[in-house]
Design a protein around this ligand. Sequence first.
Ligand SMILES: O=C(O)CCC(=O)C(=O)O
Ligand SMILES: [Fe+2]
Length: 525
Amino acid sequence: SEVFTSLADMESLVSTELELTKHLENYIQEEEIRLKQLRGFLEKYETMYQEASKDVSKYLANPVNAYLLVKRLTSDWRQVEGVMVQNIGSAIVQNITQHRNVLRFPSDEDLNGAAVGLMRLQDTYMLDTHSLAEGKLLGKKYSRQLTAGDCWELGRQSYMNGDHYHTVLWMGEALNKFIVDSNEAVKREEIIEHLAFSTYKQGNVKEALQLTHELLRIVPYHERALTNVKYYEDILHQLGVIQLRKENQDMVNKMGVFDTTTLKLKKPPGTAGIPTDHWENYEKLCRGEKLMDHKIVARLRCRYVTNNVPYFFIQPVKMEEASLKPWLVLFHDVINNEEIETVKKLAQPRLQRSTVQNSLTGESEPTKYRIAKAAFLQNNEHDQVYKMNRRVGDITGLDMVTAEDLQVCNYGIGGHYEPHYDFARKGEIQKDFGWGNRIATWLFYMSDVEAGGATVFPKINLAVWPRKGSAAFWYNLHLNGDGDDLTQHAACPVLIGSKWVSNKWIHERNQEFRRPCGLQFDSGM
Ligand SMILES: O=C(O)CCC(=O)C(=O)O
Ligand SMILES: [Fe+2]
């Protein structure tokens, strides 16, 4: 399972689909042969019957005919029955089952993860459910239209997660797309039943009641609906709402549209326990809304740096300041395409669901707030990995002996990393191998991302957009070793494209003379 967390990993699913298509085609072919054979038998039996029925006694007077009739109804017929009960289908299904360890199949957990990812995109980028269902993203047509059944499945996944907000949105869309007499696997009443309950759960009792009445119009003795009607009526009674206004009786208007905008809906909060206002700021930055104060932006500069390292004398490094406090810079063209391809190739077969260290137990575990796949590469695995590591040391002037291995990360559908700190905060358990806290982070961007996927720093209103070949660098700790709260950052969900990054976490030990300690707010570049 967990294919959905990385797009690179999902590529194998396309071959799974091809394989299944071949199996299905093969099955249909064999069934067609079987049916042709049966039709052959049928035609033979019919001709024989025609002949016999013309004059039965004359026909049977011929001993050969009499013999053949008996034969047709015994051994010949057994043959027909044999072909009729042939079960080609189960043999093929068995064959596919045996292939399950070779082919990669997503699990139900993947389906849920992918659905949640899609809804995360919907929330972060304020995508409207209807356009999304029309296959449109950011005004462009990206995919085929979703059917009522597709929307129903998204609603059902949300319902199973206890997420009534998205259930209402997607069940509402399913209802609007529902076409009577289509061969959808879902019935209209099933959609309305889920929609009614989630509408109630979102605090819209009156509307839930109206929907339930609608359900009862289709299935008059629906037991749960009858109970719910009474329950909703009691609540409304207690609230003092006695009679529903006539014109509000029908939730589905004359145009046949269920309009979710007339409901009071509450979006569920993020999972990392971030206060709502910070969360909103984070999402705004992800959407590219410019929030940084102009006075701060005006002081930012670009320059070439050599750091006095001979490697850079001929070609200095392009540095762009992104923030002065905390010191956060971007370096451009610091990793080439060949290196990127090498790193991806080494990492791809080893990508594992990313984990986060539990601050209470110190154990690494998968979480909802970090959806990606990662692999770690050691410097000695490849000359190019070694050189990248050395380059980071040369540019930053920091010692790389105590840095962690290169972490390579790929994000899948709605893949993201909610706001977090890279350093261990006071009281948090960290496995630091005696190297101290993570003093700095170096983040290589190894792909462009078509839409979404920015690295954002909500406390300083900064969004850094991935640019293939560039890198971001910042110090996580103040000069006195305390963590810098302002370095809180997040990886926004990827909207379109596949995002690849790799990073080096640099530790405190060995930096004593390279970044000497000082007072907390001494500026330390
Ligand atoms: O992918 C990004 O943009 C940021 C990743 C990150 O913050 C991390 O891996 O710690
Ligand atoms: Fe991070």
